[in-house]
Design a protein. Structure first.
Length: 304
């Protein structure tokens, strides 16, 4: 058994005597949305291989999308997604067989751990996780309506769009150990210009939380940049070792901020081709896309 995972078996009543539910209880701390998604996906893979029915519990565990006063009141997973197998926590309150997975991200069996920094370069493994993602990670109808409207409004009649995802801010100021190294801005701009020509793209859509990066792309690409009015930070906002989560924790409408980010990932997944730094967001794009004509992910190693 994985050293950081505890499983507890409970019986709460006599309902569903022929089913075993696997409640995924992970304290996600300040992890971003697609770190949360990939953690949950590994547990879903583990559960389904054993014939368990996964139920995601982000009601009784912390995530940055649920304020402390709302903890135990709402399941923040359901702000964005449906439950994997359409059973929720209320449905199984009287279930006969329930396994609670209380863990630090990873499932009990190490074979289901997802080293995302390597997955994006391994086609076979990416296909495995993408198939699971498309089956079990389903955006709920409320959010899907928002996303579809945003795609229609943002892309309109534009064709041959190059999607670009770049992390900056705290990734560059903190350089988190064992996380993928992000490209320098000048190198990213050169690569995007190269890909625009080679892949015959007409427009660029850029997703980044970094205001300085976005401003540079506005200056470099002008009218072919599809504008996005998302809120962004500068590195100066993150002085003194702060992370984006420090600032995000003061955001009043956490659900709305999460939906905006999920919408950006969906927009990227609908582009013709894609260029990105190696991040969980990029992994999310590659899990969601139905396929790009061309794609490039920076492979620069890991921060020490």
């Amino acid at each position: 058994m994985h050293s950081k995972t505890i499983e507890k078996t409970k019986s709460y009543g006599k309902e569903y005597p022929n089913k075993t539910f696997y409640v995924i209880g992970v304290d996600e701390g300040w992890c971003g949305l697609f770190a949360i998604v990939t953690h949950q996906l590994t547990h879903i893979a583990y559960a389904r291989e054993r014939g368990y029915i996964p139920v995601i519990d982000l009601k009784n565990y912390h995530s940055q999308y649920l304020s402390f006063q709302d903890r135990f009141l709402y399941n923040s997973w359901e702000f964005f997604f449906e439950q994997p197998c359409n059973y929720n926590l209320q449905d199984i309150e009287n279930a006969s067989h329930v396994i609670h997975s209380i863990s630090y991200f990873d499932p009990p069996d190490n074979q289901y751990v997802m080293p995302y920094e390597a997955i994006v370069f391994d086609f076979k493994k990416m296909q495995y996780w993408a198939n699971l993602f498309k089956k079990y990670i389903r955006i709920n109808s409320e959010v899907m309506n928002v996303i579809e409207e945003r795609i229609k409004k943002t892309f309109n009649d534009k064709t041959r769009i190059l999607g670009v995802l770049l992390r900056g801010t705290d990734y560059l100021t903190l350089k988190p150990t064992k996380h993928p190294i992000q490209p320098e801005l000048k190198d990213a701009v050169v690569k995007v210009k190269e890909c625009l020509l080679q892949w015959k793209c007409n427009y660029i859509y850029v997703a980044t939380e970094d205001a300085d990066i976005y401003s540079s792309f506005e200056n470099e690409f002008g009218d072919i940049l599809i504008r996005d009015d998302s809120f962004r930070w500068t590195q100066k906002d993150l002085s003194g070792g702060k992370s984006n989560s420090n600032l995000f924790s003061s955001t009043i409408n956490k659900k709305a901020e999460g939906i905006k980010y999920l919408t950006q990932i969906c927009l990227l997944s609908k582009c013709t081709s894609f260029v990105g730094g190696n991040t969980r967001g990029t992994l999310g794009v590659l899990l969601m896309t139905e396929g790009f004509e061309n794609q490039f992910v920076f492979d620069l190693g890991l921060y020490d």
